[in-house]
Design a protein around this ligand. Structure first.
Ligand SMILES: O=C(O)CCC(=O)C(=O)O
Length: 282
């Protein structure tokens, strides 16, 4: 990690208080440059233009299902600067909920404030079920549309009205940094008043017990998923939560990718083993 070892406990304390935290300069510059090149390649080859809804941004290029677009993107969910913190917040049996690019182009206006988990019908506040992990692939500045954040709003009991205006702070950070936020935090993409694009990859994790936002098992061709590092396969849903949720015919679905079964199912384990933890080794 370019910035040395990260003090996860200190970062976790900030995260609990504010609902977000930034890991500055956490990603290798070569990887940041590679991701940027790859985003431009996919955009060009697939002829991806601006979105056509206000929420997604009519001057914004979004590329969904990024893991299906090449090995560079496989490095993101399992990166050593990101995954250990996500495991700490959600638990080691977490999943990838979605991985998408959000490129704000000059002239993109502010997005409505929202929380990523606002459609989950559970009374708030609650423990984090989802965690967004936004990689800055260019600098994030107030001028180019750095994400607007409402500190502490993950502890609110409700959701913002669609067109509400309120005080926010910009999640400014240099390229190569990561901004994490609790799924209940109120936030929005900013206004891009600059002449340049703001490049970001939103690597969104969820707990292993809730539904992924993008259907990773159908969205990623099986022959591609077979090539993933094992930890990424598990994160994409080829795993069993607590030895029960997600099994296929009483087996760990990782076997469908030609791997040896990882987890014994709950019925084959002793009860004490139920909370056995996985590691983040890539
Ligand atoms: O682009 C950003 O900074 C945030 C985007 C966002 O929150 C979303 O699209 O849900």
């Amino acid at each position: 990690m370019p910035n040395g070892k990260i003090d996860l406990d200190a970062k976790y304390a900030d995260f609990e208080r504010d609902g977000y935290v930034i890991f500055e300069n956490a990603i290798e510059p070569d990887l940041v440059a590679e991701i940027r090149e790859e985003l431009l390649r996919v955009e060009r080859e697939q002829d991806i233009g601006f979105r056509d809804t206000d929420f997604e941004g009519k001057r914004t290029v979004r590329i969904y299902n990024l893991l299906a677009h090449g090995p560079t993107f496989w490095k993101i969910p399992i990166h050593g600067a990101a995954l250990p913190f996500a495991e700490k917040v959600l638990d080691p049996e977490l999943q990838v909920s979605s991985v998408s690019a959000i490129t704000l182009c000059p002239g993109q206006g502010a997005q409505p404030l929202h929380a990523d988990d606002q459609l989950i019908p559970v009374p708030k506040p609650h423990q984090p079920f989802t965690l967004n992990c936004v990689w800055a692939i260019s600098d994030f500045t107030e001028e180019n549309g750095a994400t607007r954040l409402v500190p502490g709003s993950h502890k609110a009991s409700g959701m913002p009205d669609y067109d509400i205006e309120m005080d926010t702070v910009p999640g400014e950070m240099p390229a190569g940094s990561i901004l994490f936020w609790h799924g209940s935090l109120w936030h929005a993409g900013g206004t891009n008043r600059s002449q340049d694009r703001r490049f970001a990859v939103a690597n969104y994790y969820c707990a292993g017990f809730i539904r992924q936002q993008e259907n990773q098992q159908l969205g990623i061709p099986l022959e591609e998923a077979r090539k993933f590092p094992r930890r990424l396969q598990e994160l994409c849903g080829y795993s069993v939560y607590r030895g029960l949720y997600g099994h296929v015919d009483n087996r760990d679905p990782i076997a469908m990718l030609g791997r040896e079964d990882g987890s014994k199912l709950i019925w084959q384990r002793g009860y004490d083993e139920m909370y056995e933890e996985k590691t983040s080794a890539g």
